[in-house]
Design a protein around this ligand. Sequence first.
Ligand code: FAD
Length: 393
Amino acid sequence: AKPHVVVIGGGYGGAAAARYVRLWSGGEVNVTLVEPNPGFISCPLSNLVLGGSRTIGDLTHGYDALASRHGIRIVRDSAAGIDTGKRTVALASGNRLAYDRLILSPGIEFLFGELPGMTADGPILHAWKAGPQTVALRAQLEAMPDGGVYALTVPPAPYRCPPGPYERACQVAHYFSRHKPRAKVLLLDANDDVVSKSALFKRIWKERYGGIVDYRPGFRTVEIDAAGRTAISELGEKVKADVLNVIPPHRAGAIASSAGLANVNGRWCEVDFLTFESARAPHVHVIGDAIQTAPLMPKSAHMANQHAKVCAAAVVDLLAGRAPNPAPVLTNTCYSFVSDRDVIHVASVHAYDAAKKTLLVVPGSGGLSKEPNALEGAYAENWAANIWADTLG
Ligand code: FAD
Protein backbone atom coordinates (compact mmCIF):
# COMPACT_ATOMS: atom_id res chain seq x y z
CA ALA A 1 0.00 0.00 0.00
CA LYS A 2 1.07 3.57 -0.56
CA PRO A 3 2.12 5.57 2.49
CA HIS A 4 -0.61 7.75 3.99
CA VAL A 5 -0.23 11.37 5.05
CA VAL A 6 -3.02 12.98 7.07
CA VAL A 7 -3.19 16.78 7.08
CA ILE A 8 -5.19 18.55 9.80
CA GLY A 9 -6.47 21.99 8.74
CA GLY A 10 -7.26 23.19 5.22
CA GLY A 11 -6.03 26.77 5.66
CA TYR A 12 -2.97 28.38 4.10
CA GLY A 13 -0.48 25.89 5.53
CA GLY A 14 -2.46 22.63 5.45
CA ALA A 15 -4.05 22.88 2.00
CA ALA A 16 -0.70 23.77 0.41
CA ALA A 17 1.07 20.93 2.24
CA ALA A 18 -1.59 18.43 1.08
CA ARG A 19 -1.26 19.61 -2.50
CA TYR A 20 2.54 19.54 -2.55
CA VAL A 21 2.84 16.08 -0.95
CA ARG A 22 0.66 14.78 -3.79
CA LEU A 23 2.56 16.71 -6.48
CA TRP A 24 6.08 15.96 -5.29
CA SER A 25 5.42 12.28 -4.58
CA GLY A 26 4.06 11.89 -8.11
CA GLY A 27 0.86 10.55 -6.58
CA GLU A 28 2.79 7.84 -4.72
CA VAL A 29 1.58 9.07 -1.31
CA ASN A 30 -2.10 9.05 -0.36
CA VAL A 31 -3.22 12.26 1.28
CA THR A 32 -6.27 12.93 3.47
CA LEU A 33 -7.11 16.53 4.40
CA VAL A 34 -9.32 17.05 7.47
CA GLU A 35 -11.15 20.39 7.58
CA PRO A 36 -14.51 21.22 9.15
CA ASN A 37 -15.35 24.25 6.98
CA PRO A 38 -17.04 23.77 3.60
CA GLY A 39 -14.89 26.49 1.98
CA PHE A 40 -11.62 28.37 2.35
CA ILE A 41 -11.96 32.01 3.46
CA SER A 42 -8.82 34.11 3.14
CA CYS A 43 -7.69 36.30 6.03
CA PRO A 44 -5.35 38.16 3.64
CA LEU A 45 -7.45 40.92 2.00
CA SER A 46 -10.17 40.51 4.65
CA ASN A 47 -9.36 43.95 6.06
CA LEU A 48 -10.59 45.29 2.69
CA VAL A 49 -14.04 43.95 3.55
CA LEU A 50 -13.98 46.33 6.53
CA GLY A 51 -12.82 49.15 4.24
CA GLY A 52 -15.67 48.34 1.87
CA SER A 53 -13.74 47.57 -1.33
CA ARG A 54 -14.18 43.76 -1.17
CA THR A 55 -16.87 41.32 -0.12
CA ILE A 56 -16.30 38.14 1.84
CA GLY A 57 -17.45 36.29 -1.29
CA ASP A 58 -14.37 37.63 -3.14
CA LEU A 59 -12.21 35.85 -0.56
CA THR A 60 -14.04 32.53 -0.44
CA HIS A 61 -12.85 29.54 -2.47
CA GLY A 62 -13.76 25.87 -2.78
CA TYR A 63 -11.69 22.78 -2.02
CA ASP A 64 -12.96 20.91 -5.11
CA ALA A 65 -9.78 21.10 -7.19
CA LEU A 66 -7.71 19.52 -4.41
CA ALA A 67 -9.95 16.47 -4.70
CA SER A 68 -10.73 16.37 -8.41
CA ARG A 69 -7.36 17.49 -9.81
CA HIS A 70 -4.98 16.20 -7.18
CA GLY A 71 -6.70 13.13 -5.77
CA ILE A 72 -6.67 14.38 -2.19
CA ARG A 73 -9.32 12.84 0.03
CA ILE A 74 -11.13 15.64 1.80
CA VAL A 75 -12.84 14.75 5.04
CA ARG A 76 -15.20 17.40 6.36
CA ASP A 77 -14.67 16.83 10.06
CA SER A 78 -12.56 18.05 12.98
CA ALA A 79 -9.60 16.29 14.51
CA ALA A 80 -10.53 15.69 18.15
CA GLY A 81 -7.39 13.91 19.34
CA ILE A 82 -4.07 12.47 18.21
CA ASP A 83 -2.54 9.22 19.43
CA THR A 84 1.09 9.83 18.52
CA GLY A 85 2.09 6.33 19.70
CA LYS A 86 -0.44 4.44 17.60
CA ARG A 87 -0.25 7.10 14.86
CA THR A 88 -3.96 7.71 14.62
CA VAL A 89 -6.19 10.76 14.55
CA ALA A 90 -9.59 10.59 16.23
CA LEU A 91 -12.22 12.68 14.46
CA ALA A 92 -15.15 14.50 16.07
CA SER A 93 -17.53 12.21 14.15
CA GLY A 94 -16.04 9.21 15.96
CA ASN A 95 -14.08 7.96 12.96
CA ARG A 96 -10.35 7.34 13.15
CA LEU A 97 -7.59 7.85 10.57
CA ALA A 98 -4.23 6.05 10.63
CA TYR A 99 -1.16 7.90 9.32
CA ASP A 100 2.45 7.32 8.42
CA ARG A 101 3.13 11.04 8.71
CA LEU A 102 0.81 13.68 10.15
CA ILE A 103 0.93 17.37 9.16
CA LEU A 104 -0.81 19.79 11.49
CA SER A 105 -1.71 23.33 10.40
CA PRO A 106 -4.54 24.23 12.77
CA GLY A 107 -3.94 27.98 12.87
CA ILE A 108 -4.71 29.70 16.16
CA GLU A 109 -6.95 29.39 19.21
CA PHE A 110 -8.02 32.56 21.01
CA LEU A 111 -7.32 32.69 24.75
CA PHE A 112 -10.64 34.18 25.83
CA GLY A 113 -9.86 33.07 29.39
CA GLU A 114 -7.06 35.65 29.53
CA LEU A 115 -9.47 38.46 28.68
CA PRO A 116 -12.47 38.46 31.06
CA GLY A 117 -15.56 39.87 29.38
CA MET A 118 -14.51 38.79 25.89
CA THR A 119 -16.32 35.77 24.43
CA ALA A 120 -16.13 33.78 21.23
CA ASP A 121 -19.45 34.87 19.75
CA GLY A 122 -19.62 38.57 20.48
CA PRO A 123 -21.06 41.10 21.03
CA ILE A 124 -17.47 42.37 20.89
CA LEU A 125 -15.89 41.01 17.71
CA HIS A 126 -12.32 40.01 16.86
CA ALA A 127 -12.71 39.32 13.12
CA TRP A 128 -9.22 37.82 13.32
CA LYS A 129 -10.38 34.67 11.51
CA ALA A 130 -12.00 35.82 8.30
CA GLY A 131 -15.67 34.84 8.03
CA PRO A 132 -18.97 35.83 9.65
CA GLN A 133 -17.24 38.12 12.18
CA THR A 134 -15.63 40.09 9.34
CA VAL A 135 -19.05 40.72 7.82
CA ALA A 136 -20.59 41.54 11.22
CA LEU A 137 -17.81 44.03 12.01
CA ARG A 138 -18.34 45.77 8.68
CA ALA A 139 -22.04 46.08 9.56
CA GLN A 140 -21.13 47.63 12.94
CA LEU A 141 -18.90 50.17 11.17
CA GLU A 142 -21.65 51.02 8.71
CA ALA A 143 -24.15 51.48 11.52
CA MET A 144 -21.79 53.66 13.56
CA PRO A 145 -22.72 57.36 13.54
CA ASP A 146 -20.40 59.94 12.02
CA GLY A 147 -18.38 61.36 14.89
CA GLY A 148 -18.19 57.95 16.59
CA VAL A 149 -15.05 56.09 17.69
CA TYR A 150 -13.81 52.73 16.42
CA ALA A 151 -11.20 51.22 18.77
CA LEU A 152 -8.99 48.22 17.95
CA THR A 153 -6.91 46.44 20.60
CA VAL A 154 -3.67 44.74 19.54
CA PRO A 155 -2.31 41.83 21.63
CA PRO A 156 1.34 41.45 22.63
CA ALA A 157 3.55 40.01 19.86
CA PRO A 158 3.96 37.35 18.61
CA TYR A 159 0.46 37.26 17.11
CA ARG A 160 -1.04 36.29 13.75
CA CYS A 161 -0.09 38.78 10.99
CA PRO A 162 2.19 41.47 12.50
CA PRO A 163 1.09 44.29 10.11
CA GLY A 164 -2.58 43.18 10.11
CA PRO A 165 -3.93 45.46 12.89
CA TYR A 166 -2.23 48.49 11.37
CA GLU A 167 -3.56 47.68 7.91
CA ARG A 168 -7.00 47.36 9.52
CA ALA A 169 -6.64 50.82 11.09
CA CYS A 170 -5.85 52.21 7.60
CA GLN A 171 -8.83 50.43 6.02
CA VAL A 172 -11.28 51.74 8.60
CA ALA A 173 -9.73 55.23 8.40
CA HIS A 174 -10.05 55.11 4.61
CA TYR A 175 -13.74 54.24 4.91
CA PHE A 176 -14.31 56.98 7.51
CA SER A 177 -12.46 59.56 5.38
CA ARG A 178 -15.00 58.94 2.60
CA HIS A 179 -18.21 58.34 4.53
CA LYS A 180 -17.89 59.50 8.15
CA PRO A 181 -15.34 62.30 8.13
CA ARG A 182 -15.79 63.14 11.83
CA ALA A 183 -15.29 59.54 13.03
CA LYS A 184 -12.06 58.37 14.69
CA VAL A 185 -9.88 55.24 14.75
CA LEU A 186 -8.19 54.49 18.04
CA LEU A 187 -5.41 51.88 18.09
CA LEU A 188 -4.80 50.46 21.57
CA ASP A 189 -1.55 48.56 21.17
CA ALA A 190 -0.19 46.30 23.92
CA ASN A 191 3.21 46.65 22.27
CA ASP A 192 5.50 49.63 22.84
CA ASP A 193 5.69 50.41 19.12
CA VAL A 194 4.01 49.46 15.84
CA VAL A 195 5.16 45.84 15.37
CA SER A 196 5.68 45.95 11.58
CA LYS A 197 6.59 48.69 9.07
CA SER A 198 6.44 51.15 11.98
CA ALA A 199 7.81 54.34 10.37
CA LEU A 200 5.72 53.80 7.22
CA PHE A 201 2.44 53.24 9.03
CA LYS A 202 3.03 56.21 11.33
CA ARG A 203 3.75 58.44 8.36
CA ILE A 204 0.62 57.25 6.57
CA TRP A 205 -1.56 57.91 9.63
CA LYS A 206 -0.12 61.41 9.86
CA GLU A 207 -0.17 62.32 6.18
CA ARG A 208 -3.29 60.53 4.94
CA TYR A 209 -5.36 60.00 8.03
CA GLY A 210 -4.28 62.91 10.22
CA GLY A 211 -7.00 63.68 12.74
CA ILE A 212 -8.59 60.26 12.19
CA VAL A 213 -6.08 57.69 13.49
CA ASP A 214 -4.88 58.00 17.07
CA TYR A 215 -2.14 55.49 17.99
CA ARG A 216 -1.65 54.58 21.66
CA PRO A 217 1.29 52.22 22.34
CA GLY A 218 1.68 50.32 25.60
CA PHE A 219 -2.07 49.90 26.17
CA ARG A 220 -2.20 46.35 27.43
CA THR A 221 -5.86 45.30 27.43
CA VAL A 222 -6.62 42.91 30.29
CA GLU A 223 -10.41 43.07 30.53
CA ILE A 224 -13.41 43.93 28.41
CA ASP A 225 -16.67 45.49 29.52
CA ALA A 226 -18.71 44.15 26.65
CA ALA A 227 -21.99 45.90 27.52
CA GLY A 228 -20.15 49.22 27.89
CA ARG A 229 -17.98 48.60 24.79
CA THR A 230 -14.99 49.45 26.94
CA ALA A 231 -11.42 48.14 26.92
CA ILE A 232 -9.67 48.16 30.30
CA SER A 233 -5.88 48.28 30.48
CA GLU A 234 -3.43 46.74 32.91
CA LEU A 235 -3.13 50.18 34.53
CA GLY A 236 -6.89 50.45 34.96
CA GLU A 237 -7.37 52.94 32.13
CA LYS A 238 -10.82 52.60 30.51
CA VAL A 239 -11.47 53.40 26.86
CA LYS A 240 -15.03 53.37 25.58
CA ALA A 241 -15.78 53.07 21.88
CA ASP A 242 -18.84 53.05 19.65
CA VAL A 243 -17.38 50.02 17.87
CA LEU A 244 -14.89 48.03 19.94
CA ASN A 245 -12.83 45.42 18.05
CA VAL A 246 -10.63 43.20 20.20
CA ILE A 247 -7.90 40.84 19.00
CA PRO A 248 -7.52 38.47 21.94
CA PRO A 249 -4.17 36.89 22.76
CA HIS A 250 -3.84 33.55 21.04
CA ARG A 251 -1.85 30.34 20.77
CA ALA A 252 -1.52 27.34 18.45
CA GLY A 253 -4.85 25.80 17.38
CA ALA A 254 -6.49 23.77 20.17
CA ILE A 255 -5.66 20.35 18.72
CA ALA A 256 -1.94 21.19 18.98
CA SER A 257 -2.10 21.90 22.69
CA SER A 258 -4.43 19.00 23.47
CA ALA A 259 -1.95 16.69 21.71
CA GLY A 260 0.86 18.08 23.90
CA LEU A 261 2.71 19.70 21.01
CA ALA A 262 2.54 23.35 22.15
CA ASN A 263 5.64 23.12 24.31
CA VAL A 264 6.84 26.75 24.10
CA ASN A 265 5.13 28.69 26.95
CA GLY A 266 2.14 26.41 26.44
CA ARG A 267 1.46 28.45 23.29
CA TRP A 268 3.50 27.47 20.27
CA CYS A 269 4.90 24.23 18.84
CA GLU A 270 8.64 23.80 18.60
CA VAL A 271 9.74 22.18 15.32
CA ASP A 272 12.89 21.06 13.51
CA PHE A 273 13.20 23.66 10.75
CA LEU A 274 14.61 21.11 8.26
CA THR A 275 11.43 19.04 8.30
CA PHE A 276 8.94 20.89 10.52
CA GLU A 277 8.73 17.72 12.59
CA SER A 278 7.51 18.39 16.12
CA ALA A 279 10.12 18.43 18.89
CA ARG A 280 7.56 16.49 20.96
CA ALA A 281 6.25 13.75 18.68
CA PRO A 282 7.98 11.85 15.89
CA HIS A 283 6.14 11.53 12.56
CA VAL A 284 4.08 14.62 13.45
CA HIS A 285 4.88 17.86 11.61
CA VAL A 286 3.52 21.30 12.54
CA ILE A 287 3.42 24.30 10.19
CA GLY A 288 1.87 27.76 9.92
CA ASP A 289 0.87 30.12 12.71
CA ALA A 290 0.94 27.27 15.26
CA ILE A 291 4.74 27.02 15.41
CA GLN A 292 7.31 28.77 17.55
CA THR A 293 8.77 30.81 14.73
CA ALA A 294 12.44 31.36 13.93
CA PRO A 295 13.86 34.85 14.66
CA LEU A 296 12.12 37.66 12.72
CA MET A 297 9.78 35.18 11.04
CA PRO A 298 6.19 36.49 10.90
CA LYS A 299 3.06 34.45 11.39
CA SER A 300 1.78 35.01 7.86
CA ALA A 301 -0.01 33.17 5.09
CA HIS A 302 3.04 33.56 2.87
CA MET A 303 5.23 31.99 5.56
CA ALA A 304 2.70 29.18 6.19
CA ASN A 305 2.88 28.43 2.46
CA GLN A 306 6.68 28.26 2.67
CA HIS A 307 6.57 26.01 5.75
CA ALA A 308 4.16 23.79 3.81
CA LYS A 309 6.59 23.38 0.93
CA VAL A 310 9.67 22.63 3.05
CA CYS A 311 7.58 20.22 5.11
CA ALA A 312 5.97 18.51 2.10
CA ALA A 313 9.35 17.99 0.42
CA ALA A 314 10.80 16.57 3.65
CA VAL A 315 7.82 14.26 4.22
CA VAL A 316 8.04 12.91 0.66
CA ASP A 317 11.80 12.33 1.11
CA LEU A 318 11.44 10.69 4.53
CA LEU A 319 8.68 8.36 3.29
CA ALA A 320 10.94 7.35 0.38
CA GLY A 321 13.91 6.75 2.71
CA ARG A 322 15.86 9.78 1.49
CA ALA A 323 17.48 12.49 3.60
CA PRO A 324 15.63 15.82 3.46
CA ASN A 325 17.17 18.94 1.91
CA PRO A 326 19.82 20.15 4.41
CA ALA A 327 19.64 23.81 3.35
CA PRO A 328 16.07 25.11 2.89
CA VAL A 329 15.50 28.78 2.01
CA LEU A 330 12.14 30.48 2.63
CA THR A 331 10.78 33.84 1.58
CA ASN A 332 8.11 36.15 2.92
CA THR A 333 6.25 39.17 1.60
CA CYS A 334 3.53 40.91 3.56
CA TYR A 335 1.53 43.50 1.63
CA SER A 336 -0.68 46.00 3.46
CA PHE A 337 -3.45 47.99 1.78
CA VAL A 338 -3.42 51.49 3.22
CA SER A 339 -6.40 52.57 1.05
CA ASP A 340 -8.54 50.73 -1.50
CA ARG A 341 -5.61 50.68 -3.97
CA ASP A 342 -2.35 51.88 -2.42
CA VAL A 343 -0.10 49.29 -0.83
CA ILE A 344 3.17 48.93 1.09
CA HIS A 345 5.19 45.76 1.57
CA VAL A 346 7.89 44.22 3.73
CA ALA A 347 9.89 41.25 2.41
CA SER A 348 12.55 38.92 3.81
CA VAL A 349 14.53 35.77 2.96
CA HIS A 350 15.21 33.13 5.64
CA ALA A 351 17.93 30.47 5.21
CA TYR A 352 18.72 27.45 7.38
CA ASP A 353 21.75 27.88 9.62
CA ALA A 354 23.15 24.42 10.34
CA ALA A 355 25.20 25.53 13.36
CA LYS A 356 22.29 27.31 15.05
CA LYS A 357 19.67 24.83 13.74
CA THR A 358 17.25 27.60 12.89
CA LEU A 359 16.22 29.81 9.98
CA LEU A 360 17.92 33.20 9.92
CA VAL A 361 17.27 36.27 7.81
CA VAL A 362 19.83 36.46 5.00
CA PRO A 363 21.80 39.68 5.53
CA GLY A 364 20.96 42.27 2.87
CA SER A 365 17.88 40.37 1.68
CA GLY A 366 14.36 41.69 1.56
CA GLY A 367 13.26 45.26 2.00
CA LEU A 368 10.51 47.72 2.60
CA SER A 369 8.43 50.06 0.43
CA LYS A 370 9.44 53.70 0.32
CA GLU A 371 5.86 54.91 0.11
CA PRO A 372 2.41 53.50 -0.64
CA ASN A 373 1.56 53.21 -4.32
CA ALA A 374 -0.91 51.66 -6.73
CA LEU A 375 1.66 49.52 -8.55
CA GLU A 376 2.21 47.63 -5.30
CA GLY A 377 -1.57 47.43 -5.08
CA ALA A 378 -1.52 45.46 -8.33
CA TYR A 379 1.31 43.27 -7.01
CA ALA A 380 -0.70 42.58 -3.85
CA GLU A 381 -3.77 41.52 -5.82
CA ASN A 382 -1.63 39.21 -7.94
CA TRP A 383 0.06 37.86 -4.82
CA ALA A 384 -3.38 36.87 -3.53
CA ALA A 385 -4.52 35.30 -6.82
CA ASN A 386 -1.25 33.35 -7.04
CA ILE A 387 -1.24 32.05 -3.47
CA TRP A 388 -4.89 30.96 -3.77
CA ALA A 389 -4.04 29.02 -6.93
CA ASP A 390 -0.90 27.60 -5.30
CA THR A 391 -2.82 26.54 -2.18
CA LEU A 392 -6.04 25.23 -3.66
CA GLY A 393 -4.86 24.05 -7.08
P1 FAD B 1 -5.27 29.01 8.90
O1 FAD B 1 -5.12 29.57 7.55
O2 FAD B 1 -6.10 29.73 9.91
O3 FAD B 1 -5.86 27.55 8.74
C1 FAD B 1 -6.16 26.75 9.84
C2 FAD B 1 -7.24 25.76 9.41
O4 FAD B 1 -7.27 24.66 10.33
C3 FAD B 1 -8.64 26.36 9.41
O5 FAD B 1 -9.24 26.16 8.15
C4 FAD B 1 -9.37 25.61 10.52
O6 FAD B 1 -10.75 25.41 10.24
C5 FAD B 1 -8.61 24.29 10.54
N1 FAD B 1 -8.64 23.58 11.83
C6 FAD B 1 -8.37 24.09 13.06
N2 FAD B 1 -8.49 23.11 13.98
C7 FAD B 1 -8.82 21.98 13.32
C8 FAD B 1 -9.09 20.64 13.74
N3 FAD B 1 -9.05 20.27 15.03
N4 FAD B 1 -9.39 19.74 12.80
C9 FAD B 1 -9.45 20.09 11.48
N5 FAD B 1 -9.21 21.34 11.03
C10 FAD B 1 -8.91 22.26 11.95
N6 FAD B 1 -0.85 36.78 5.88
C11 FAD B 1 -0.17 37.15 4.77
O7 FAD B 1 0.78 36.49 4.35
N7 FAD B 1 -0.53 38.27 4.06
C12 FAD B 1 -1.58 39.04 4.44
O8 FAD B 1 -1.88 40.04 3.78
C13 FAD B 1 -2.29 38.69 5.61
N8 FAD B 1 -3.34 39.44 6.03
C14 FAD B 1 -4.03 39.06 7.14
C15 FAD B 1 -5.12 39.86 7.55
C16 FAD B 1 -5.85 39.50 8.66
C17 FAD B 1 -6.99 40.38 9.10
C18 FAD B 1 -5.53 38.33 9.39
C19 FAD B 1 -6.33 37.92 10.58
C20 FAD B 1 -4.46 37.54 8.99
C21 FAD B 1 -3.70 37.89 7.87
N9 FAD B 1 -2.60 37.13 7.45
C22 FAD B 1 -1.89 37.52 6.32
C23 FAD B 1 -2.14 35.97 8.26
C24 FAD B 1 -2.65 34.64 7.71
O9 FAD B 1 -4.05 34.63 7.61
C25 FAD B 1 -2.22 33.48 8.60
O10 FAD B 1 -0.86 33.61 8.90
C26 FAD B 1 -2.46 32.14 7.90
O11 FAD B 1 -3.84 31.96 7.71
C27 FAD B 1 -1.85 30.98 8.67
O12 FAD B 1 -2.13 29.76 8.05
P2 FAD B 1 -2.44 28.47 8.92
O13 FAD B 1 -2.55 27.31 7.99
O14 FAD B 1 -1.48 28.38 10.05
O15 FAD B 1 -3.86 28.78 9.60
